[in-house]
Design a protein around this ligand. Structure first.
Ligand SMILES: Cc1cc2nc3c(=O)[nH]c(=O)nc-3n(C[C@H](O)[C@H](O)[C@H](O)COP(=O)(O)O)c2cc1C
Length: 287
């Protein structure tokens, strides 16, 4: 079994943690997480990632200090660092795999925070021995969340509206109209889990169009023009966001016994799809 709890509970529980307790992560949890990372390397669109988990020994917390991140992350006890090979769908696959790692950490009771913009990549690149054919799109700190949210956290959370999510009607469509939960049937929960996903700046760029007749779901991106140009962005984070959405969707579908496969075949839909960027399609086999 992938997780100890239902993935829907883990997804609901996860939120970005930017301040950590002064409590080291237990050896057993470190080993569980490392084992998980080592097998989680091929994305649904077939590109390959590598992940490492680094932690500071109790007496050597300074060794992680230099790694951060313009002061926004307080007292991390470790980091998951990931790299992905250069290939057409690498960022989507990286988003999928890294989110799976983050859900595993959440399952173990650990806090995390996707960092795709605010980290200094060269030190992390050194740690993972980044190769010429690879990039390092994002990392996450790991540790126990401090119980009370502090001032920095609440400023960041308020600025990005971190607790807010767009309504179904803005995200999911069928026949160029909003898709209702009833029309989604068994897929209502996988879609709801996409809606709760984290995204860079909480822009929520995922748009999903259901086929009129079948359990086929086309995943698109609604690009937020500002984001790609920010000087500190390491990669096109909105593509990473689509991979995260695919991860929530597929893991939830799997847990509900809904089988399906990912393919890349643009249906070239008209109407609202014209303003969106197509990524991939889930072809569900269940009725
Ligand atoms: C790809 C990606 C990159 C992100 N980069 C950063 C970052 O650089 N700094 C940061 O503080 N939060 C970052 N976040 C966290 C988002 O701001 C956060 O997920 C969003 O506001 C929703 O809040 P939640 O994760 O608590 O649900 C990133 C999230 C994603 C998915």
């Amino acid at each position: 079994m992938l997780f100890n709890k239902p993935v829907t509970d883990i997804i609901r529980q996860r939120k970005s943690i930017r301040s950590y307790m002064d409590k080291p992560i237990e050896e057993e949890k470190i080993n569980t997480l490392k084992k998980f990372l080592s097998t989680n390397t091929i994305g649904p669109l077939e590109t390959k990632s590598r992940f490492i988990f680094i932690t500071a020994a109790a007496q050597d917390k300074k060794s992680l200090k230099g790694l951060i991140t313009y002061g926004m992350i307080k007292n991390p006890m470790g980091f998951i660092i990931g790299s992905v090979e250069n290939a057409p769908y690498n960022l989507e696959d990286f988003g999928y795999l890294m989110e799976k790692n983050i859900l595993k950490a959440t399952d173990l009771g650990l806090g995390t925070c996707w960092l795709g913009g605010t980290f200094s990549s060269s030190r992390f690149a050194q740690k993972i021995a980044l190769q010429n054919n690879e990039i390092l799109p994002a990392v996450t700190p790991v540790g126990y969340a401090i119980s009370k949210i502090n001032a920095i956290d609440s400023v960041i959370r308020n600025a990005s509206g971190a607790n807010n999510r767009k309504p179904w009607s803005s995200l999911f469509l069928k026949d160029d109209k909003p898709l209702s939960m009833e029309e989604a049937g068994h897929y209502a929960t996988p879609l709801e889990m996409v809606r709760l996903a984290p995204s860079a700046n909480n822009f929520q760029p995922w748009r999903i169009i259901k086929d009129s007749l079948s359990n086929t779901y086309h995943f698109y991106m609604k690009r937020n023009p500002g984001l790609k140009q920010f000087f500190f962005m390491k990669a096109d984070l909105q593509r990473v966001d689509i991979g995260i959405a695919m991860c929530h969707f597929a893991l939830t579908a799997e847990e509900k016994g809904l089988t399906g496969v990912w393919t890349i075949r643009n249906p070239k839909l008209k109407g609202m799809a014209n303003k969106l960027y197509y990524t991939a399609t889930w072809i569900g086999s269940n009725e």
